[in-house]
Design a protein around this ligand. Structure first.
Ligand code: KL2
Length: 550
């Protein structure tokens, strides 16, 4: 039985999938009870935060009018009503495209794997061979490549106030997408995760048009992308997004891995005020020997009026290693310290913050709770439990107190303890960022206890469980796991539906107006998991719409 919210939208797909190859599906369904018990949803996320207005009807845009609007914005109405997701049906009959053989990973700590690591089967050169000749440099949105493919619809969940407001005066609405697009290099390095996939769907030249199409169809005002491979960004992704009206900023990982994070925003919606690339690697700190990065932008909405508030948009991909919660928390602390530096406006207040990314941590985990609750008591917590990615944590060491050394220059409140020590960011806020107040410049607490804090009051745009079934929302799904690791956090204003209870944060806030619904694991496996014929990453995109009061 399908969850109620998908009964109408997924029926066609599920029916067709039941005629397709069932092996993979049944195996993965069995994992389901384990997963739900993995962390207790209801202790952290009572489903009663579901908004009563969430009764929007699924809307199938690609119905009878599908061919009526070639070349125009595929979602001219988006995102006020609903949306959809194409997911593939496992029914194509091609030769020579068997799933990958399972590969036993020699070294689990992928991100620290040296050049000695063996290349997975098949060789990278094999996957790079283009099965589709002549991918156009600029993607052509009119080519009907999604024709005839199975679909699961993703609903647009509308939380906007129904108060008949007609004027846009005094408010600025914008959409934000967070999407880990699966770098080809990581796909090839971890090919055992994709043993369930039909091989042609794993070629970059097959995946790229699908990814670009999805970005174009979603038409978000701000894109926060992770796992963007350097050469693909420069040669394909950036030019295509620029052709769609985006300005693109990018930060590649340190070290030898050739992927990074991008933030792209619509040039007709925002002015760029500041770019702050953030590296977590520190030469002299053993804990910080990993090459993950973040990227922070300050954007100014383009509206009439002189004192338009800024917004801060941050994007990151934290360390994967499920055992190294100590590193993940320290990487997060660095990002929060950087946001604190650039997002201050006056009197210890901050501009609204949107924090997106792949945090490699599940809902309800200590790391996730730290982001949302602004505090974490970590005494006695083992490093393998911080992210909650694995049921049985393998990292048995207890977090040290403090977690990171003083030489990092970041306090337990996730702020730099000596202002101005860090390099000056490019650009400026043109006088909008003022000197630190006495409160912020005074010495940090000498007494070190086992509490972490941060300055922001952040809510999650997603609920992480479906309110009617209690099933987890899934943001990444491959042969090893199906979990949520991607988030859009934001500073919520006082009327917001998902404002953290009791929070009176120092940020001017945003109001969540809607989001694109996620799927559960069962739905994803019914169309052979991710990536598949039409969804070309092992993650789903997250999309939320916000309102900024001017
Ligand atoms: O989970 V991810 O995928 O957010 O989608 O982040 C990491 C993993 C990414 C960057 O390191 O590569 C993937 N098992 C599973 N996934 C892995 C592994 C592994 N051993 N190593 C890297 N990744």
């Amino acid at each position: 039985m399908l969850p109620r919210h998908l009964q109408t939208v997924g029926g066609r797909c599920i029916t067709r999938a039941s005629h397709s190859r069932p092996v993979c599906m049944s195996g993965n369904f069995l994992r389901y009870p384990w997963w739900t018990g993995h962390y207790q949803p209801f202790s952290f996320f009572p489903v009663n935060n579901w908004h009563p207005q969430d009764n929007s009807r699924p809307y199938h845009y690609f119905g009878p009018h599908r061919t009526a609007l070639p070349g125009s914005h595929i979602f001219p109405w988006f995102p006020t009503h609903s949306s959809w997701l194409h997911t593939s049906n496992f029914n194509m009959d091609a030769k020579g495209d068997e799933p990958f053989r399972k590969r036993k990973k020699g070294i689990e700590d992928d991100e620290y794997r040296g050049p000695w690591a063996k290349r997975p089967y098949p060789p990278a050169s094999d996957l790079r061979a283009p099965p589709i000749q002549g991918t156009p440099k600029i993607f052509d949105p009119t080519s009907p490549q999604t024709e005839g493919k199975a679909e699961i619809k993703r609903r647009w969940e509308d939380f906007s106030p129904h108060n008949h407001e007609r004027t846009s005066e005094g408010k600025f609405d914008f959409t934000v997408m967070s999407y880990n697009i699966l770098s080809q290099d990581l796909l090839e390095d971890n090919s055992s995760l994709y043993s369930h996939c039909r091989r042609p769907y794993l070629f970059w030249n097959y995946r790229l048009p699908n990814i670009l199409r999805e970005l174009q169809e979603m038409n978000a005002d701000i894109l926060c992308l992770q796992e963007v491979q350097d050469d693909h960004y420069q040669e394909q992704i950036k030019p295509n997004l620029e052709a769609l009206g985006y300005i693109c900023e990018y930060k590649v990982r340190t070290g030898s891995k050739p992927d990074g994070c991008a933030i792209c925003f619509k040039s007709d919606k925002f002015n760029l005020k500041l770019v702050k690339p953030v590296e977590y690697f520190r030469q002299n700190i053993a804990l910080l020997d990993r090459d993950n990065i973040g990227l922070v932008l300050i954007l100014q909405p383009k509206t009439r009026g002189r004192d338009v508030p800024m917004i801060c948009v941050a994007n990151t991909h934290l360390l994967y290693n499920p055992r190294r919660g100590d590193i993940k928390l320290t990487q997060l602390a660095i990002l929060l310290a950087e946001i604190t530096e650039v997002a201050q406006i006056q009197d210890g207040r901050f501009c609204p913050i949107v924090l997106c990314g792949d945090f490699n941590s599940v809902p309800g985990s200590p790391l996730h709770r730290f982001v949302k609750e602004g505090t974490l008591y970590y005494e006695g917590l083992t490093i393998g439990k911080v992210s909650g990615q694995e049921r049985y944590s393998k990292g048995q060491r207890i977090l040290s107190i403090p977690i990171w050394p003083k030489s990092l220059g970041i306090t337990q409140k996730c702020v730099y303890d000596s202002p101005g020590k860090d390099e000056t960011p490019e650009g400026s806020l043109e006088g909008q960022i003022v000197e630190k107040t006495d409160e912020q410049t005074k010495e940090p607490d000498i007494r070190v206890d086992s509490n972490l804090w941060h300055h922001f009051s952040l809510s999650s745009a997603y609920s992480h469980y479906f309110p009617d079934t209690g099933m987890p929302e899934i943001t990444t799904c491959h042969s090893k796991s199906a979990i949520t690791v991607d988030y859009i956090f934001y500073s919520a204003e006082h009327n917001d539906v998902f404002r953290q209870p009791g929070s009176e944060g120092p940020c001017n806030g945003l109001r969540l107006l809607g989001r694109l619904s996620l799927l559960n694991e069962q739905d994803l496996w019914s169309v052979n998991g991710l990536p598949n014929e039409t969804n070309s990453s092992d993650h789903l995109s997250l999309l939320a719409k916000f309102r900024l009061e001017l």
